[in-house]
Design a protein around this ligand. Sequence first.
Ligand code: KIV
Ligand code: NA
Length: 277
Amino acid sequence: LSKVTVPSLLEKKARRQPIVSLTAYDYASARLLDEAGLDIVLVGDSLAMVMQGYENTLAITMDEMLVYTRGVRRAVRHALVVADMPFGSYQADEQTGVANAIRFVKEAGAEAVKLEGGRERAALVRRLTAAEIPVMGHIGLTPQSVHRMGGYKVQGKTTAAMEELRTDALALEDAGCFSIVLEGVPRELARLVTEELHIPTIGIGAGPDCDGQILVLHDMMTMTFSEPAKFVRRYADVADVMRTALADYKRDVEARTFPSDEESYHLPRETRKSLEV
Ligand code: KIV
Ligand code: NA
């Protein structure tokens, strides 16, 4: 497997080869993703919810995102490592956005950053691109807009909203994004945008016609505690595997059958003899 790069992802779109992506937040998971041959590992700010138990993604800080990104960076050799810019790290002004994106590259080894929003981010995307930092856009259902949206709802359902989204996608491509995440939009709209853009679209809850797909690792592995969204396919039930293992461990410790003699260290024979009466 050769290294996935920004140009190699653009080539994939040209060749109509699907781009495979998931989130990861820690060394062990990221290693497994990379060894499975995924194209993109996203250190998503969804970690606020699935790793830290927050209700939404808003509270996670730059410093926290950097810690998680470093662990992922140390695990990944092949995939492109993308760091998600957290809420508050780029909304106030472009200068701050560029400074924070540079921190992801310099302090954590990210190869690209992702940020939410459409036209209103075009100027920032231009600045980042000029600063040699590849940018992934993210439009549609943008979780950092939870208060404006009034919850997590499918976006782009009216003709007017569809036009807004298409304009945003083109503005991001024009500003220099190398890829755009389409989240929580009708399949038909995602298909239209995917056909209109030269850069790859990565869908989550956006149907099968995008150039690639992404899911939150904890959703698809079942390491979450509520009903998943419609678009989540459960590929494994890791929570159930862990529940069984934890119950077995508790039973064994309480029955004193763990650890066994074979799982114990022993004194050298001579020393052991001197202990025997
Ligand atoms: O934070 C995240 O995990 C994301 C992906 C779902 C696109 O933004
Ligand atoms: Na995110």
